[in-house]
Design a protein around this ligand. Structure first.
Ligand code: ZN
Length: 293
């Protein structure tokens, strides 16, 4: 009788144990939460307040990696400046690259701006191509599918729950996308410049033209020579919009705005990066609201 009771306790604790999921950025947490629901405990390593290329590798991140059963990263080089040393120090076999618990979502994305030759033409921070694919809401679909697949592998007991949650989430997401795509139609062929090449996936999806960037190359601070050239290009091309992320300096964008009459629009680079963008829907909605009104 005692043995059966003990077995029951063990079985119940296995069923109730949550999967500890560490994610590099908030948008990944938002997706994982939709799929994992009550069966996962999610911890976000990189805050939306900062440049995703340069997360401060605090010791507290190490303990979170130690406890993780699963690690979901953006990949394509976005974490290269901060995560690899932490992962090495955490020495957690469950989440090392190549293990079941390691999930690199860039593997299911059609990458753009891939360098064709070994050169610095793509700047200091995008050597593997453009890693900011989360700005295209359509990319949420393959990412959600991959996360669900991996959760099934890490926690097979709740396989059917994850599959059901994915289905429900995707159904809602398709409805959201339909409305969002419709709103974005009025922005087609619009011309913009951006501070960093953050929005390329979004711009490409909706036929918006990026005429130039305030950074001469990704990760390289603006120079006066480049800024003057950009101002002239904007005047020639009739560019009326400057896309600015929340974490870089805004001085240059404001200066260009004064010289060209273009308006500066601050768009979040991740869920929660600016006020009122705490969900996936509100994060993307602000793009359409700010640009296509
Ligand atoms: Zn970047």
């Amino acid at each position: 009788m005692k043995k059966i009771f003990l077995l029951l306790i063990v079985a119940t604790s296995v069923l109730l144990a949550k999967v500890n999921v560490a994610v590099s950025y908030p948008y990944l947490a938002a997706i994982a939460k939709q799929i994992g629901k009550e069966y996962v405990h999610i911890t976000v390593l990189g805050s939306a307040k900062y440049d995703p290329h340069f997360v401060v590798p605090k010791p507290s991140l190490l303990s979170r990696l130690n406890k993780a059963d699963m690690l979901i990263i953006n990949g394509s080089g976005l974490e290269i400046g901060w995560l690899p040393p932490l992962l090495k120090r955490a020495n957690n076999g469950k989440i090392n690259p190549g293990r079941v618990g390691f999930v690199d979502v860039s593997q299911v994305i059609d990458m753009i701006d891939k360098p064709t030759a070994v050169s610095r033409a793509f700047g200091d921070v995008h050597p593997e191509g453009n890693p900011h694919f989360n700005t295209d809401p359509h990319n949420i679909i393959p990412i959600a599918m991959l996360i669900e697949h991996k959760l099934e592998m890490v926690d097979p007991i709740h396989k059917t729950n994850y599959a059901r949650n994915l289905k429900k989430f995707l159904n809602q997401w398709y409805i959201f996308l339909k409305k969002f795509d419709e709103k974005m139609k009025s922005c087609k062929d619009m011309k913009v410049v951006q501070y960093h090449e953050l929005y390329n996936y979004f711009l490409k999806r909706y036929g918006i033209v990026s005429v130039g960037t305030i950074e001469p190359l990704p990760g390289i601070a603006p120079s006066s020579k480049h800024t003057i050239k950009l101002i002239n290009t904007m005047k020639d091309e009739g560019v009326k919009v400057i896309l600015q992320d929340p974490y870089h300096e805004k001085k240059t964008a404001n200066f260009i705005s004064k010289k060209t009459g273009a308006r500066v629009i601050v768009l979040p680079h991740d869920v929660g990066a600016i006020k009122g963008t705490d969900t996936l829907e509100s994060f993307y909605s602000i793009y359409a609201e700010q640009l296509c009104n």
